[in-house]
Design a protein around this ligand. Structure first.
Ligand SMILES: NC(=O)c1ccc[n+]([C@@H]2O[C@H](COP(=O)([O-])OP(=O)(O)OC[C@H]3O[C@@H](n4cnc5c(N)ncnc54)[C@H](O)[C@@H]3O)[C@@H](O)[C@H]2O)c1
Length: 278
């Protein structure tokens, strides 16, 4: 019961990583206030998640919605101790030589400004409590090309720098700020990004689940609870001396190319130099 007596605000908790984190934090004794654009699912969760769960509709691209979520959480539960700025989506997929300015702005609003405003409007409440912990969801896309769209990846890299500078500014108030960089986690984000309907989403998720075992050294799909456990650590007192950093939770995906762990894939030298010269 790491979070007994604590209030955690979690965004994007209607699905995937956020949903897994809601479940874990409730099991660990937290009162959870969840904000999500998916009103129907959030409202449905109100009747199944118990008295320690509260939902408020929140579109994280809207500054006023984020402020309202933080204020509601503080008013409803007496204060805020933990914030998980997690809501997101794949966003526009156009390459840099095609993307429109409006699409770029939307991706930044959804994935970067949302986190900045989450910190902005949580901080006064955390200060009132004498401190707290903020965890932001970034991505392996923050480090390398090829894992997600350019606007998404740029925004996630921004989340990492935002995390560092905010951690430096807020440490004086005993507020820690950290980020998690998930690898490939089996959630609805991929089907949603492809605009799939429910049936297609099931098929896409099943294909991705099977493929996931071979795309990183840890040979199984990443699941929401893998990220929830990382969020719980960073939000807990066990991480009291950890701030301004990120935790990579990717099953080893970024250790190197597939040749670094898969004996079936030839290493770079083997691939380039003809076999008779080996
Ligand atoms: N799944 C992965 O492999 C992966 C990898 C790296 C990072 N991430 C990040 O993890 C976070 C959660 O994604 P997920 O994989 O759980 O996806 P998901 O689609 O399962 O969940 C995303 C949640 O965010 C909500 N949301 C979307 N737009 C919103 C908005 N404007 N306002 C409020 N809520 C909104 C959705 O309704 C949904 O509940 C995102 O920030 C995503 O970028 C995911």
């Amino acid at each position: 019961m790491r979070f007994e007596g604590k209030t955690a605000v979690i965004t994007g908790g209607s699905s995937g990583i956020g949903r897994g984190t809601v479940d874990l934090f409730l099991r660990e004794g937290a009162t959870v206030v969840m904000g999500d654009i998916d009103d129907a699912e959030g409202t449905a969760m109100m009747s199944t998640m118990g008295d320690d769960f509260h939902f408020q509709k929140c579109d994280v691209t809207q500054e006023a919605d984020i402020k309202a979520l933080m204020d509601y959480a503080a008013e409803k539960t007496g204060g805020i101790d933990i914030v998980f700025n997690n809501a997101g989506a794949g966003g526009p997929r156009d390459p840099i030589d095609e993307i429109s300015g409006d699409d770029w702005d939307f991706a930044m609003a959804l994935l970067l400004k949302s986190v900045a405003m989450g910190i902005r409007y949580a901080a006064p409440h955390l200060k009132k409590r004498g401190g707290g912990a903020i965890v932001n969801t970034a991505s392996i896309c923050a480090f390398q090309a090829g894992y997600g769209p350019i606007a998404y990846s740029t925004a996630k890299a921004g989340v990492l720098h935002l995390t560092k500078v905010a951690a430096a500014e807020l440490a004086q108030y005993k507020i820690r700020v950290n980020a998690i960089c998930p690898g490939f986690i089996q959630t609805n984000i991929f089907a949603a990004t492809l605009g799939a309907n429910k049936e297609e989403a099931l098929e896409i998720n099943s294909i991705l689940g099977q493929a996931a075992a071979s795309v990183q050294p840890v040979a199984r799909p990443g699941v929401a609870n893998d990220i929830a456990e990382a969020a719980a650590y960073l939000a807990s007192d066990a991480a009291g001396f950890v701030t301004g950093t990120h935790l990579l939770v990717d099953g080893g995906m970024l250790v190197g190319t597939q040749a670094s762990w898969d004996p079936e894939i030839p290493g770079m030298l083997d691939a380039i130099v003809p076999e008779h010269l080996h």
